[in-house]
Structures are given as C-alpha cells and as structure tokens.
Design a protein around this ligand. Structure first.
Ligand code: MG
Ligand code: MG
Length: 256
C-alpha cells in the first residue's frame, strides 16, 4: 500500500531530512585518513541520542540481512556498497567510503546516502561517485506527477549506461515515511512510460548505486555487507524526495 502524505507530513519528513543531511556532512568531514569506522559510528550514536531521534537501523532484521542490525549507520568501503557494518578499520588514503543513514524524528523517517573519497581521490573513483550523483539528479527530475515509475528508473539507468557502468536490479529505492522501507520499489533500471503512475504526496528514497565493472554482488560472511562480485569499487547516492504538484522536492538536501 502506498500512503500519500499531506504537505504537513512532508514538512515533518523534511525536518528529519535536515538532520540526516547534517549527519552525513559531519561524518563525511570526520572521515579522514587514519580515522576508524567505529569512531564514526560512535559519533553518530551520540548525535542521535542528543537529538532524540530513533535509528531505523538498530535492531532492523530484514530478509536481506543477518539481523538484528546493531549499528546506527552503514559504512561501506571500496568494493563494499550496501549495508556495510562499521568495524575496526582505519581509513586509508584513497578509500571510497559510502555512508548510508536513516532515522525517524517524531515518527517521520528520512533516508540518505552519499559516497566520499578519503584523502587523495583517484580520477576513476571520482567519476564513479559523480555518476551516481548525476543519476540521482536525473531520477529526481523524472519524479513528477503524471510520470511513471519507469521514467525514474530509466533516467537513472541512462546515466549509468552513458558512463559505461552496469546496473544491478536486486537493490534499489523505495517508498518511506512512517517507516524506512515501504512500497513501492524503485528499480535503478526500467522502461520509460511503464509502471506505477506517480502522484503528488508520494515520498520516495531514490538510490542509484553502481560498481565500476559488474552488476553482480556478493554477501560478506558478516551476513550484511554487500560487495561488488569482482572487487571493483562502488558508489551510492541517495535522497529522500517528495512528489508534489509543483514537482519533486528533495527532503535531504545536502548542506555541504
Ligand atoms: Mg539509505
Ligand atoms: Mg534507502
């Protein structure tokens, strides 16, 4: 079931979205060479506690993971792209770090992800990160009333294809609002003009993620971390958006 949100409810999600964006900015700035992933997790735990927010991740036990999850942020390094567990690892120069974060505040959820490069970036890693951001922008632009979900998916896919990156269809975006994962599913690959008709009041998390040279994934022995099957580097960009009569609005707009 897809619950359409009122403008007042969208504003409450925007309040949560601002906090989510702020945390991603902070963690991105803290993620310097030599910093341990566990330090980043601890920082976020403190910020959630001080804000009185509820982690969407803690105790989450979905079908795709070995639950319950016992962290408040996903940190995925290099070939890891989704659901990475913060663990005892000190960041190295040139590491590609994906941060994915979702909380609820006063019952309304926002979810966002971004990839940063620690220290000195490799040109091919920057290109990959920028491609996911470009795909996210293209998906957002297509998320307007009257369009169909396939328009969003096809817009994301077209950017990936244009850069030569293959697209995995096992994990994509989703509806959200009162909880983190709601209907509908938003594939990162699709056909324009097909699928669910988009309506004002829908709130969606769009989240293109690509690996440089494969659309295949493998699951770590930790039961959560998803990596590219060929070890190639990955990137992931996600925003929570609301579809309104005036067009798409980003509720997790980045501050820096
Ligand atoms: Mg997310
Ligand atoms: Mg998401």
């Amino acid at each position: 079931m897809i619950e359409l949100k009122s403008s007042a409810e969208i504003e409450r999600m925007r309040t949560t979205g601002r906090f989510v964006a702020q945390i991603l900015t902070e963690v991105g700035e803290l993620a310097q060479v030599g910093v341990n992933l566990l330090e980043l997790e601890q920082h976020v735990r403190g910020r959630i506690r001080d804000r009185g927010a509820q982690s969407c991740y803690w105790d989450y036990a979905p079908s795709f993971g070995n639950g319950p999850f016992r962290n408040v942020i996903c940190l995925s390094v290099n070939d890891a792209v989704l659901h990475g567990l913060p663990h005892d690892y000190a960041l190295r120069d040139g590491d590609v770090l994906t941060m994915d974060f979702a909380v609820g505040i006063d019952g309304w959820v926002a979810d966002s992800a971004r990839t940063v490069i620690v220290g000195t970036p490799a040109a091919e890693d920057l290109r990959l990160v920028h491609a996911t951001e470009e795909a996210l922008e293209a998906g957002i632009a297509a998320a307007r009333p009257g369009n169909r979900m396939g328009d969003v998916s096809a817009a994301i896919e077209a950017v990936a294809t244009g850069h030569g990156y293959p697209v995995n269809t096992e994990f994509g975006g989703h509806g959200l609002g009162r909880t983190m994962h709601e209907d509908p599913h938003v594939s990162n690959k699709g056909r324009a003009g097909r699928g669910l008709k988009l309506r004002a009041g829908m709130t969606l998390a769009l989240e293109p993620w690509f690996a440089r040279t494969t659309d295949q994934i493998v699951l770590d022995p930790d039961g959560w971390t998803i990596r590219s099957a060929d070890g190639s580097r990955t990137a992931h960009s996600e925003h929570t958006i609301a579809i309104t009569e005036a067009g798409p609005q980003v509720l997790t707009e980045r501050l820096g």
